[in-house]
Structures are given as C-alpha cells and as structure tokens.
Design a protein around this ligand. Sequence first.
Ligand code: HEC
Length: 96
Amino acid sequence: MRKILSGLSIAFALCFSATVSHAQDAAKGEKTFKAKCAGCHGADAAGKPAMKSPSIKGKSADEITKAFSTSPKHASVKSLPPADVNDLAAYLATLK
Ligand code: HEC
C-alpha cells in the first residue's frame, strides 16, 4: 500500500508543474475540509453561529495547527498530518 501511494505521488509530481501542484494541494485541502471541517465551520468556511464556530477563511497552516492544539473542539482532527494541514491552508487561502 505504501509503495503504491508513493508511486502515485511521484506520478503526480511528474504530471503537474510547480504552479499547478499548488492548485492540486488546494483541491486536496478542499476534500479534507468538506470531510472534516465543514460540519462545524460551514460549507464555505464562513463559520456557523449554531456551532459557535468562527469563519476560518484564509487561515494559515500555523493558525490551524494552533487551533487544533488549543481548542477541545478539534479532538477529532488534531492528528491530521502536517501535509494535510498545509493543503487545508492552501484551500482556505482561495476563499478569502
Ligand atoms: C466539532 C466542531 C468542529 C470541527 C469538526 C472543526 N472545528 Fe475548528 N473550531 C470549532 C469551534 C467551536 C471553534 C472556536 C474555538 C473554540 O470554541 O474552541 C473553532 C476554531 C477554529 C480555528 C480558529 C479560528 C480563529 O479565528 O481563532 C481554526 C483555524 C479552525 N477551527 C480550523 C478548523 C479546521 C481546519 C477544521 C477541519 C480539519 C476544523 N476546525 C474542524 C469547531 C470545529
């Protein structure tokens, strides 16, 4: 499984130029956002008053990591690997 995955990422790296691979990260971040964050922060990351969650549009990877370690609301997502957090930040940056 690991081998297949790293083979895939090499294939991706070969297929996309540096600029496009940034967009690729945001696309991956969007998937992670929809799966793990949208339930609380809203489909467009604008926050949900009912969940007492703020807008997280444009949040950086550092801000996300900090929110994961300081807020008990993030127990289910705090183990996301840094690469996923970077992809999330790339996606949130597109929402500003
Ligand atoms: C269970 C609900 C819930 C989930 C799931 C959740 N959050 Fe949050 N988040 C909150 C709440 C509520 C706050 C406000 C701080 C608090 O109450 O602890 C918050 C705060 C934040 C903040 C800080 C915002 C600020 O202005 O300080 C960031 C960044 C953040 N969340 C990112 C994320 C990301 C990225 C995900 C998905 C990986 C996520 N959250 C998933 C509920 C959630």
